[in-house]
Design a protein around this ligand. Sequence first.
Ligand code: HEM
Length: 194
Amino acid sequence: MSEIIGALRGGTKQHHDNVEVAMQSNQIMDKSLTHEGFLRLLRINYLYMSTLEAVLAENSEWFAGLNLQERVKTPNLVSDLNLYGAEVPTAESNYFEGWSFPRLLGALYVAEGSSLGGQVIQRTLLANDNLHDIDQTLFYKGYAEQTGPMWKQFMAYLEVAPVAPQDIPQVVIGAQDAFGIMMQLGERFAPVNA
Ligand code: HEM
């Protein structure tokens, strides 16, 4: 494992556990997540992905060698919110504005990693009787059968990304802060319990 991947995993394990709780993974897994609860998850992800992707697009030259266009998730989230007639929320500001390349790389690691758990989540949502039309939703499908290959490709990119060894801590801090943004969004939209 490369230094950067090891540092990211070690530096964000606790953050991942916290975000799983904030994103109601227990209710997802025991199939008690309500429709409102599902909309909450879509809104949180929309605000995270749309603001991150806007900043990535502004700085796309930093990510030469990575297929950023194929990784865009915002249109899927808009489509899912529209499917349920739910309002698309507005960000108070862009949480990632002004982030350096190493920090954005950390935020991208968080965004891409979130689609790994998504596969399990999508299957469980399909089996949840509180929810409807999940088969027409897109976000938690992630890259469908391409999820594994897309993740491997991102890991390979991380190993060759132009980050100087002394900047690796900034990548980890970016990932930690990105998880923190997800947690703050979780607080903005209070959890919905059945
Ligand atoms: C809500 C429930 C969630 C569940 C059940 C879940 C589950 C998982 C699982 C099973 C993996 C490992 C997948 C694999 O190695 O093939 C994983 C990895 C990961 N997840 Fe989550 N996840 C959840 C939410 C999130 C969220 C909201 C984020 C980001 C904000 C996130 C970020 C990541 C990252 C970055 C990894 C990659 C870790 C690595 O291997 O380097 N997860 N998740």
